[in-house]
Design a protein around this ligand. Structure first.
Ligand SMILES: [Zn+2]
Length: 357
């Protein structure tokens, strides 16, 4: 009887994670101390076929403890997170922390320097490109690097956003309704420690390709923020963001001192909210100038007027009213300005209640 061949291990199907990144990384994530360097992402352009785009990254590594990733500027027109992460990089002494801190103040540096949500290089939203593709467009290449080269080192991630140019929002953390109850509680506790006035649990639209989704797929604790908007720098948003990132270090045991979650209205801590279904979102039924009737943080009712669309170019076109589909607190409110048909002009949040209980 011929000797049976020993079974061969099945050929591993190539995954994107196995592909070499085209981005050069000069930091050694395991080296103790403070490192400040640039990620060098290749970009062939008219002035240089071998050009690179440099993305600042800082690694603080001291003693033992978890690894926290803080990211700002995934959208370039959201400034408070870029400021909070950058200031932490310039003011923190590595000897003060226990564990490892990875700081990328402006992940999407081309968009950050351009002051836009989308990358001026490929016109893509980086936060819709995850888990990315090393052979894809610039944004896809960058998403792949973050997912495959940075996230494997990380235990907890805080990705700082605002509502960008198109809307304003009340300062808040946010998170997905994570399926695992233990992870959900851990995430809610971390968000509460960040200490924004609100934490919003939501069932997202278009969520599969976000950084948050990549973080969650890897089993890493994920908290997001929305701490400003309308394309300006919110004084309160920066205050909440700077306090929040230090609160998070304390919550994770990486920095000494007490977490401070006191709120301006006297509340001791964060109010947990949710955006549960499509009724919480109001959309422009047609393009025009949107005139909002409330500001973020206002209480609103179901069926109440959210605002009007105006058609200043058309003698015969009367204003069109837009309504709220749910009662609650206005989380995000469109700014006065031109909107397109299908733009989201209001998002309402409600007090959190676990739907499975
Ligand atoms: Zn954003």
């Amino acid at each position: 009887m011929p000797k049976a061949k020993s079974p061969q291990p099945p050929a591993r199907s190539p995954t994107l994670d196995d592909s070499p990144s085209r981005i050069r990384c000069d930091v050694d994530f395991d080296r103790p101390g403070r490192q400040a360097a640039y990620l060098k992402a290749p970009q062939s352009r008219n002035t240089s076929g071998w050009g690179v785009v440099e993305i600042p990254i800082y690694v603080f590594n001291n003693g033992s403890g978890p690894t926290l990733l803080l990211t700002g500027g995934v959208h370039g027109d959201e400034y408070e997170g870029q400021i909070a992460v950058s200031r932490l990089a310039h003011t923190l002494d590595v000897g003060q922390i226990q564990g490892r801190l990875i700081l990328i103040p402006a992940v999407n540096i081309p968009a950050a320097l351009n002051g836009t949500r989308l990358s001026p290089i490929d016109g893509r939203d980086l936060n819709r490109c995850f888990p990315g593709n090393p052979k894809g467009t610039f944004s896809e290449m960058l998403a792949h690097f973050i997912d495959s080269r940075v996230l494997p080192h990380v235990d907890a991630s805080v990705d700082l956003h605002t509502a960008g140019h198109s809307a304003d929002c009340v300062p808040s953390t946010n998170m997905h309704y994570v399926a695992d109850p233990a992870m959900r509680k851990k995430t809610m506790d971390a968000a509460a420690a960040f200490g924004a006035p609100y934490n919003v649990v939501f069932w997202g639209v278009d969520e599969g390709a976000t950084l948050t989704s990549s973080v969650e797929r890897r089993g890493i604790l994920s908290v997001g923020t929305e701490i400003g908007g309308w394309g300006r720098v919110s004084v309160e948003g920066v205050r909440i963001g700077e306090r929040g990132v230090r609160n998070m270090l304390r919550h994770l045991g990486m920095l000494s001192g007490k977490v401070d979650t006191k709120q301006r209205d006297g509340a001791k801590g964060t109010r947990h909210m949710m955006v549960r279904d499509a009724a919480c979102y109001s959309f422009a039924p047609t393009g025009g100038i949107f005139e909002p009737r409330h500001v973020a943080g206002d209480s609103v009712d179901k069926g109440q007027s959210a605002g009007f669309l105006h058609f200043i170019e058309d003698l015969d076109h009367a204003p069109v009213e837009v309504y709220y589909g749910a009662a609650g607190v206005l989380w995000m409110a469109s700014g006065p300005g031109r909107v397109q048909r299908g733009d989201c002009v209001a998002v309402v949040m409600q007090d959190y209640a676990d739907p499975q209980q």
